[in-house]
Design a protein around this ligand. Structure first.
Ligand SMILES: Nc1ncnc2c1ncn2[C@@H]1O[C@H](COP(=O)(O)OP(=O)(O)O)[C@@H](O)[C@H]1O
Ligand SMILES: [Mg+2]
Length: 228
């Protein structure tokens, strides 16, 4: 039993290390790539603002395209940073970080969907470790990625609630639903979700929304062990 525990402990340490590497990568993107792009955009804007006769229309049009492209690239880098290391998790905490991940998923989805977020409990009162919070966040993030990629949903809801000795994170969509075969294929994303859940002793289930289309993903995290 203790070797099983040691193994889980080792894996948790490994995951923590990977996450701190991701944080460093996000910091590099911020300090180098983003600041280089910002500098280039500033230069292009300065040139664009020169008086009428200073350049041909063709050059001016080219500069406008360049500025637009640089802004889009900066947005892309910001998105990559946020997904590498969710700053909201550090600054705001788990529930608001999940809420903003939901909003972002809708905004960046090809067909934006309506969202609802409910968290009728004070999650700060619950003793979740930093790693547990991060892993829960990653599981919810992949559930949302899958909704954006595969579901074609019009409405997505996340509810966080207390259920007995656990906290339940429920992500529901009204999209096309999962087919038996796609679930059984044990694709990478779902495997990663299962792996992360196992590390924190959480139970992960996929349900079909009853009476309507769509998918429900539930993560049930036992609490109270840390108080012992
Ligand atoms: N919310 C969802 N709605 C519809 N299909 C889904 C949903 N989530 C997952 N799937 C299906 O399950 C498959 C496996 O998901 P995943 O392991 O994350 O792999 P990937 O996203 O890389 O295809 C997806 O390819 C998709 O067919
Ligand atoms: Mg996926």
């Amino acid at each position: 039993m203790s070797t099983q525990r040691d193994l889980i402990e080792g894996l948790l340490q490994f995951v923590t290390l990977v996450e701190s590497e991701r944080k460093l990568l996000a910091a590099d993107l911020h300090d180098q790539t983003l600041s280089d792009l910002r500098e280039l955009a500033r230069l292009a804007r300065r040139l664009f603002e020169k008086p009428e006769g200073a350049m041909s229309q063709e050059v001016r049009n080219g500069l406008a395209k360049l500025i637009f492209g640089l802004e889009a690239a900066m947005d892309e880098v910001r998105r990559a940073m946020e997904s590498l290391s969710p700053s909201a998790l550090d600054t705001l905490g788990l529930a608001p970080a999940i809420e903003s991940c939901l909003a972002r998923a809708s905004q960046t989805c090809e067909r934006p969907f309506l969202t609802r977020f409910a968290c009728p409990l004070r999650i700060d009162d619950i003793n979740l470790t930093e790693t547990e919070q991060l892993l829960i966040y990653r599981i919810v993030q992949e559930a949302l990625n899958n909704i954006s990629k595969h579901a074609g949903a019009r409405f997505v809801e996340i509810v966080i609630m207390r259920k007995g000795d656990s906290v339940l994170f429920r992500v529901s969509d009204d999209g096309r639903g999962m087919t038996e075969s796609s679930d059984l294929r044990r694709a990478r994303g779902i495997e990663n979700m299962r792996y992360r859940a196992r590390l924190i002793g959480a139970e992960l289930t996929w349900l079909r929304a009853t009476g309507r289309r769509g998918t429900v993903v539930e993560v049930r995290v036992p609490i109270g062990r840390n108080d012992e």
